[in-house]
Design a protein around this ligand. Structure first.
Ligand code: SF4
Length: 306
């Protein structure tokens, strides 16, 4: 963090000395919410849920972000490393979660590694889910290889101009594709099966279809087919709902049209992807509920609005 070059923004500032970069993450792990989460793909949740930690701040600025209270505005609480250790312990020992699911962890990777170190000595260990927008620096991923067993990674855009408009990230396409390639080469196919429904290693690529940009989802499916493998688990999602700044901007201010979503689904079928999930158009949730609400009650709301 001195200088901080953890993500492709490469701010190069000294976060250990009060400086703030693009993501506005500071010199402590900031967490909005944690707890068993049942809203991920089935091999991630199992029966006990995915032990999810929603970190505050984000290296992207998506105008449609459903998590804007903590991703843009930073709601949450700065924790000590010891408090973060307690969270990981609670998810593993008390809740017996299937894994530790790190949501947008990139600015806090050094703290996360420190927090889990004592747990290894206690014999407490779970697979890590690296839950990412795809906007990662592969050198950082290599350095923190120990914090990723399952990669849950988005491919959002296939045109850099759209990535600038939607997420203020001019090099998103380049970095997300490098990230996918790296994870596929190091982790490979998701290791779940009928007999072994809970994954402990591998890659899931999420394709969130965006209104007015379904052609980019199609291009990304084609890229996965051509450059990665038809064996990769793909999760095609229809659930886009306008939120935050997107409410004011077309075409981001509408839900998907059925025809544009059908074209993406048809492409996935024609290309012959063998594994994954396709959300039906009818089952999409068009509300703007916070993702973190989809949790069991009573655990882990870490709020400090000051
Ligand atoms: S993690 Fe934050 S401070 Fe560090 S390079 Fe990325 S945006 Fe900048």
């Amino acid at each position: 963090m001195n200088p901080c070059n953890l993500c492709p923004r490469h701010c190069g500032i000294d976060r250990t000395n009060g400086k703030i970069g693009f993501c506005q993450a500071g010199n402590a792990p900031r967490v909005f919410r944690f707890g068993p989460h049942f809203g991920e793909e089935p091999p991630i949740c199992g029966e006990t849920g995915s032990g999810t930690v929603f970190f505050s701040r984000c290296t992207l600025k998506c105008i449609y972000c459903q998590n804007s209270p903590w991703s843009w505005k930073g709601e949450g609480k700065d924790l000590s490393v010891e408090e973060l250790t307690d969270i990981f312990r609670s998810l593993a020992v008390k809740h017996k979660c299937a894994n530790w699911n790190l949501v947008s962890p990139t600015p806090y990777l050094p703290f996360i590694r420190k927090a889990v170190a004592p747990l290894k000595d206690e014999g407490v260990s779970l697979p890590f889910v690296y839950n990412s927008s795809g906007y990662e620096d592969v050198n950082t991923l290599k350095e923190y290889r120990d914090l990723c067993d399952i990669a849950l990674v988005d491919l959002r855009y296939s045109r850099e101009s759209t990535a600038i408009e939607g997420s203020s990230a001019k090099d998103y396409v380049k970095h997300s594709r490098e990230t996918l390639r790296y994870f596929w080469e190091t982790l490979g196919k998701l290791n779940c099966s009928k007999d072994n429904p809970l994954a402990t290693r591998g890659v899931i690529c999420r394709i969130l279809v965006l209104p007015g940009h379904a052609d980019e989802a199609i291009e990304n499916l084609q890229w996965l087919h051509d450059e990665i493998s038809n064996e990769i688990h793909v999760s095609v999602m229809s659930q886009y709902a306008p939120a935050y700044i997107a409410n004011e901007r077309a075409p981001w201010n509408r839900v998907l049209e059925e025809e544009e979503y059908d074209a993406v689904v048809e492409t996935a079928e024609i290309l012959g992807f063998e594994n994954g999930w396709i959300q039906s158009y009818e089952s999409r949730d068009t509300s703007s509920d916070l993702v973190g609400e989809n949790m069991t009650e009573g655990e882990g709301v870490v709020r400090d609005d000051k």
